[in-house]
Design a protein. Structure first.
Length: 219
């Protein structure tokens, strides 16, 4: 990575992290399309929270950079549960009890878990239905050492995210109370998410910029 790109990357992260912190929330940097040198640059700048979508990517990055906090933010199949169990510090996308049981079976220490809600209700989207979330939270609470602590959601692409985020916050309040975690907001809607009460935002492209797109195309 050219030094200019590295400096710009760190500056974008610093600015966004400061704004998120002022709102009382936490920034998690999505590193799915980032090469190792980009992760190293942010680690050296003080960033500690990163997220991967693929469990194998989570495994590889957590092994390479054990000092960081690693979040699993993509769907998890049952045969990949072992990677979440071994390497995740936070799991954002619990939506299936069988997968959760497979993670719990292999986990040896407490794992904070968020239930992903399918905000749009579209059948091709990951997550549980609005009416199913509370029952799944209750079931997860019986699967030690999993620790359900909040909800996660992704607003439908091309729609106003605010009403979806407001509804998810209300559901979080009903299940967990206002102190439960609320993971919502990505590069295109993280400010709206903060306004609607997000405690965690997951941002990739707004930090990595055009450089991420170049790397994604090369991959």
């Amino acid at each position: 990575m050219p030094i200019g790109d590295k400096e710009a990357l760190i500056a974008r992260w610093h600015a966004l992290d400061e704004e998120v912190r002022r709102a009382g929330a936490k920034l998690v940097v999505v590193s799915k399309y980032a090469p190792d040198e980009g992760v190293v640059a942010l680690l050296q700048a003080g960033c500690r929270a990163f997220a991967e979508s693929r469990p194998q990517g989570l495994r590889d990055r957590a092994r390479a950079y054990p000092a960081a906090e690693w979040h699993q933010i993509g769907p998890v199949q049952r045969n990949k549960a072992k990677y979440v169990a071994a390497y995740a510090d936070v799991w954002h996308t619990a939506a299936d009890l069988a997968v959760a049981a497979a993670v719990a079976k292999r986990r040896t220490r407490p794992l904070p878990v968020l239930v992903q809600v399918n905000l749009s209700g579209a059948p091709h989207r990951h997550g549980v239905g609005w009416e199913e979330a509370e029952a799944l939270v209750e079931a997860l609470a019986r699967l030690e050492p999993l620790v359900p602590c909040g909800l996660m959601g992704i607003a439908p692409l091309g729609e106003d995210a605010r009403p979806y985020f407001a509804r998810l916050r209300a559901l979080r309040d009903r299940i967990f109370g206002p102190k439960g975690e609320l993971s919502m907001g990505m590069s295109g809607d993280w400010r709206v998410a903060l306004e609607e009460g997000a405690t965690i935002v997951r941002v990739g492209g707004a930090i990595w910029g055009e450089w991420e797109e170049r790397h994604k195309e090369a991959a």
